[in-house]
Design a protein around this ligand. Structure first.
Ligand code: C2E
Ligand code: MG
Ligand code: MG
Ligand code: MG
Length: 284
């Protein structure tokens, strides 16, 4: 360990880490203005019921479009937003934007379920359920049109804050999903305590369905467990018909991935819906 620490210390001064540090400083100072300057966008990736390949919803995914046109992916700036506290105003914007779009879809006759990602940081602070209630009311969106995705780490939080917030959201009728399921600590007792509606099977297990590694044993286990706990399953990152077929055979409920649609700007998503003319009955 001492040897490792020594190496890490040494590496701290390499140009590579200097570059990373200055990139981070750039992100920090520019992210502050991104919101005010309208540089954030919510893109939408369609979600389908396996049964009949019916369009049932979409996941809102955050994008930062710089004025020069370059796109910064969320994996790069969300961690910075979390460390600086900027995740609070940014997360609130995402919530409002999701409700605004859900209302517009309703007005167009498409009652789709819109899912967004929540950072653990947002759940540890008081007031999240109030903000959800505020935005739903502001755009007159029924709670059943909104789904909130959290990662497993959130469930391990011992504080009452998270469980109280979950309870309030459930009471309101907002759906809750566990994102990237299977990659963190997945304990049955957590799932019982928090009672979520949906497990999103991580892309890595979808990949291993067809790459010969475990033949989908983990995906199968997750689907079986979800069924016995009366939760839905959605497989993420489905890229091939072979994966789709495998998941359908295992009884997976829903599918999201490049095979059926990439994340796209809102206007493109509206056009996408029009091409899938079968009236969606997501949250009737
Ligand atoms: P996630 O919530 O697990 O989202 C799925 C990611 O997989 C997205 O990356 C999506 O573009 C990508 N993806 C979807 N289908 C496929 C596929 O078939 N193949 C492959 N290779 N990838 C696929 P993205 O948009 O870069 O987002 C990355 C992560 O950033 C998200 O993972 C989520 O954890 C986080 N994130 C995105 N938007 C927000 C947000 O508004 N708030 C917070 N707190 N986090 C966000
Ligand atoms: Mg997600
Ligand atoms: Mg995910
Ligand atoms: Mg992820």
């Amino acid at each position: 360990a001492a040897k490792e620490a020594g190496r890490a210390n040494h590496q701290f001064f390499t140009p590579e880490l200097n570059k990373r540090a200055s990139e981070r400083m750039w992100l920090e100072s520019n992210l502050r203005h991104a919101l005010a300057d309208n540089e954030l966008e919510l893109h939408f990736q369609p979600q389908f019921a396996v049964d009949g390949r019916r369009l049932v919803g979409a996941e809102g995914l955050l994008r930062w479009r710089r004025r020069d046109g370059t796109m910064i992916p969320p994996g790069q700036f969300i961690p910075v937003a979390e460390d600086t506290g900027l995740i609070q105003p940014i997360g609130d914007w995402v919530l409002g934007e999701a409700c605004r779009r859900a209302a517009d879809l309703l007005a167009r006759g498409h009652p789709l379920l819109i899912a967004i990602n929540l950072s653990a940081v947002q759940l540890r602070r008081p007031g999240l359920a109030d903000r959800v209630a505020f935005w739903l009311d502001a755009y007159k969106v029924p709670a059943r049109c909104l789904e909130l995705e959290v990662t497993e780490s959130v469930l391990m939080d011992e504080s009452d804050m998270v469980s109280n917030t979950f309870a309030r959201l459930r009471e309101m009728g907002v759906a809750l999903a566990i994102d990237d399921f299977g990659t963190g600590y997945s304990s049955l007792s957590y799932l019982k305590r928090f009672r979520v509606d949906k497990l999103k099977i991580d892309r890595s297990f979808v990949t291993s369905l067809t790459d010969g590694s475990d033949g989908g044993a983990i995906a199968e286990a997750i689907i079986g467990m979800a069924r016995s706990l009366r939760m839905q399953t959605l497989a993420e990152g489905v890229e091939t018909e072979e994966q789709f077929g495998g998941l359908a055979r295992l009884g997976c409920d829903q599918i999201q991935g490049y095979l059926l649609g990439r994340p796209m700007p809102y206007d493109d998503f509206v056009a996408f819906i029009a091409r899938h003319a079968d009236a969606p009955e997501a949250v009737g």
